[in-house]
Design a protein around this ligand. Structure first.
Ligand code: PLP
Length: 400
């Protein structure tokens, strides 16, 4: 007998999220590569360097020492101490181990803290362009995303003044990402202080995603959490993925008031149990060992960034705000709209992949419709080949 009403359906909340657009692009590029097509991949936000030797060796040593069992849910104490000490040394913060938790990547940190802090009906402010995941993890809580546009002419950077009109009595959290993925924008330190004050005065959580903190091309890395009193309403999201080229090891961390950490730890204890034991040992070496590799990667990104700026400037039809950090370029491609049926960056990215065999992420993934995101965490050889192809496509389109 057929049941009157089938219950073989998905939970409603999963329909509030969509597959990560950046992962989709990488999957499509990988599919074309498997078909033997020479695709240049600018899609993945992933360092192309190997994990530094000393970190790899620490991972191997952990395996050989049989450090291969469950650990404390929020990470081993030595790692928490190493992370808080490094953050203190870099930014003058004063977090204790109880205010620190290690997660399975920074993405997981963001997931944990949005889940434990947001209720359905709350509002969470997200500046545009935003990193894809914020929207989906906030939606998954039932809270509402409130998007704040930024100004391309001003390099997409955020100011307190831009934020103010979007704060309501329902605002529970503001998510900030500086340096930004996808635009590379870096928030001015004084503006960041104003944003901290604005949120602290109103009792609003300020989540600050510092995953690209070490990759800034002018000035010094900065953490708002180093400001006096910031600890009370700030959630720091950190990651070892980009800084130490450890994306696959899956280690991120959160720094927050201890009640909030305890709540996130409860959640984590029922999901992943703990971050991978072996990765945790490697992470201790990453954070406490020599930091030369970070400087070397930064120097290489700086060189590539200069090359990308030069290539973009030389392509008539591409406009770009100069990115101050991270390893992304976010050029405006709207000059080709109207050509060969292209009406948005999604169409352009599709053409670029199909015809130019270059994978880049369309701006729609980040909340804008006129841009593509190019990751320059790619070899110089790929950058050269990729930009030759982009140039050819744009020139062809403009001539059409
Ligand atoms: C802005 C931003 N935050 C967080 C992450 C999370 O990285 P992971 O989960 O590898 O630590 C990423 C990765 O692309 C990112 O771009």
């Amino acid at each position: 007998m057929q049941p009157a009403q089938s219950r073989l359906s998905l939970a409603d909340r999963v329909n509030l999220i969509s597959m990560s657009a950046t992962m989709k692009v990488s999957a499509e590029a990988a599919r074309l590569k498997r078909e033997g097509i020479d695709v240049v991949g600018f899609g993945a936000g992933e360092p192309d360097f190997p994990t530094p030797e000393n970190i790899k060796r620490a991972g191997v040593a952990a395996i050989e020492a049989n450090f291969t069992k469950y650990t404390q849910a929020g990470g081993i104490p030595e790692l928490k101490e190493a992370i808080t000490a490094k953050h203190a040394a870099d930014y003058g913060t004063g977090y204790t181990a109880a205010e620190c938790m290690v997660n399975v990547g920074g993405k997981h940190t963001i997931f944990n803290y949005t889940q434990v802090l947001l209720n359905p009906g709350d509002e969470c402010i997200i500046p545009v362009p935003y990193w894809v995941t914020y929207k989906d993890v906030v939606n998954y809580t039932g809270a509402k995303c409130v998007f704040v546009p930024t100004d391309e002419e001003k390099g997409f950077t955020l100011t307190a003044e831009m934020l103010l009109p979007y704060i309501t009595d329902k605002t529970k959290m503001v998510i900030i990402n500086s340096p930004s993925n996808p635009s590379g924008a870096v928030i001015d330190n004084d503006e960041f202080r104003k944003i901290l004050k604005m949120t602290a005065d109103r009792g609003i959580w300020l989540m600050t995603d510092e995953c690209y903190d070490k990759f800034v091309y002018a000035g010094e890395p900065f953490s708002i959490a180093g400001e006096p009193g910031a600890k009370e309403n700030t959630i720091v999201v950190g990651s070892l993925s980009k800084t130490y080229s450890m994306t696959g090891w899956r280690i991120g961390f959160g720094l927050a008031p201890k009640e909030v950490v305890a709540a996130a730890q409860k959640l984590q204890s029922h999901s992943t149990s703990n971050p991978v034991s072996i990765s945790q040992k490697a992470a201790i070496e990453a954070v406490t060992g020599p930091q030369d590799a970070v400087g070397e990667m930064l120097a290489e990104y700086r060189r590539r960034r200069a090359y990308v700026l030069e290539r973009v400037a030389a392509i008539a039809g591409l406009e770009m705000a100069e990115p101050g950090g991270a390893f992304y370029a976010y050029p405006n491609v709207s000059a080709v709209f109207g050509k060969r049926g292209i009406t948005c960056s999604l169409d352009f990215a599709e053409q670029l992949l199909k015809e130019g065999h270059v994978a880049a992420v369309p701006g729609e993934a980040f909340g804008t419709t006129e841009h593509i995101r190019i990751s320059y965490a790619a070899s110089m050889d790929d950058l050269e080949r990729g930009f030759d192809r982009i140039q050819k496509l744009v020139e062809n389109l403009l001539a059409a």
